[in-house]
Ligand binder design. Structure first.
Ligand code: F6P
Length: 343
């Protein structure tokens, strides 16, 4: 019987509460552990802000988006004395091990803390699906569904007005959301960070399609996509604690360029944080629940420095270092499949 901490860090995503519920339910009822929730990711660990989690106070949250614990993009390695503060905070709560639910940044911290002797088990979360070591992260499928629903809706209004619709979706470094939702929504062009695009080629595809008798087009663009000649489109120059800039604006840029170059009326829709909000799909609820159970099982087995992961249909454990070493970008094969429908 131990005291196990849990935190959710980085950008929130649907399914976080399902992980928390599963960890608590199995951790308390089967293993007899006490589960201590940390508020607002690593920030709450640094500040020693906790919430005692029980099967009672984590009941009824399975279907709820967001995270009852809160989240932040705080990086203890960027805070003076941060690592010592984390260790001290865990010690003062008598925490034996810590389950960290996060993406590349939060799990990157978890990996470094493993080298500092902290007992950590990671759970992969991000709507971007760009974390290595796992086939899928929870939250991704929900985001794809939200984008697909939006593309379906944009289709009908595009058709009525003979317009080109540009849909900007999330995806800082990887075009998973853009490609999956573009494929599912029947996009006529998909632009992703992994493949800088030629704006003239994009316009040629649209012209070609319209010459074939189509009167509208749908272009899905990931926020991190870049034209061949230029860099990322930024909201401003500010960086967060993990060095990320705030992206945004590529959709607006495309709207202007496509309309000017093709003469077809063009409109942009930026889906933004709608993609991260609301209720998780059934798939994500199940995946998040399985991850939560696997995480508390890893703790029980004393297997630390690992991340639970989906491989095929199995949940396995992989070293945290493998998960955070390199981003998982789009496969050529998937992008080629989407390309069959361009233009
Ligand atoms: O990492 C997930 C993500 O949703 C990215 O797709 C996006 O670029 C970023 O978070 C947005 O971050 P924030 O919520 O801090 O604006």
């Amino acid at each position: 019987m131990g005291r196990i901490g849990i935190l959710t860090g980085g950008g929130d995503c649907p399914g976080l509460n399902a992980v928390i519920r599963a960890v608590v339910r199995k951790g308390v009822n089967r293993y007899g552990h006490a589960i201590v929730g940390y508020r607002d990711g690593w920030k709450g660990v640094l500040e020693g802000r906790t919430l005692h989690l029980t099967p009672d106070n984590t009941s009824g949250i399975l279907h709820r988006g967001g995270t009852i614990l809160g989240s932040s993009r705080t990086n203890p390695f960027k805070v003076e004395g941060g690592v010592e503060q984390v260790k001290h905070s865990l010690l003062s709560e008598n925490i034996d091990s810590l389950i960290t639910v996060g993406g590349e940044d939060t799990l990157g911290v978890a990996d470094k803390l493993t080298s500092e002797g902290v007992n950590v088990v990671g759970v992969p979360k991000t709507i971007d699906n760009d974390l290595s070591g796992t086939d899928f992260t929870f939250g991704f499928q929900t985001a794809v569904q939200i984008c697909t629903d939006a593309i379906d809706r944009l289709h009908t209004t595009a058709e009525s007005h003979n317009r080109v619709m540009v849909v900007e979706v999330m995806g800082r470094h990887a075009g998973w959301i853009a490609t999956y939702s573009g494929l599912a929504g029947g996009a006529d062009e998909i632009l992703v960070p992994e493949r800088p695009f030629d704006i003239e080629e994009v316009c040629a595809h649209i012209r070609h399609r319209h010459h074939r008798g189509r009167t509208f087009s749908i272009v899905v663009v990931a926020e991190g996509a870049t034209p061949r000649e230029g860099g990322e489109t930024l909201r401003n120059q500010d960086k967060d604690a993990f060095g990320h800039v705030r992206l945004g604006g590529i959709g607006v840029w495309l709207e202007g360029e496509i309309e000017a170059r093709t003469g077809f009326e063009t409109r942009v829709t930026i889906l933004g944080h709608i993609q991260r909000g609301g209720t998780p799909t059934a798939y994500d609820r199940v995946l998040a629940t399985r991850f939560g159970i696997a995480a508390i099982d890893a703790v029980e087995a004393g297997d630390y420095g690992v991340m639970v992961a989906l491989r095929g249909t199995d949940i396995v454990r992989v070293p945290l270092s493998e998960a955070v070493g390199e981003l998982k970008t789009l496969t050529q094969d998937l992008y080629d499949s989407a390309g069959v429908f361009f233009g």
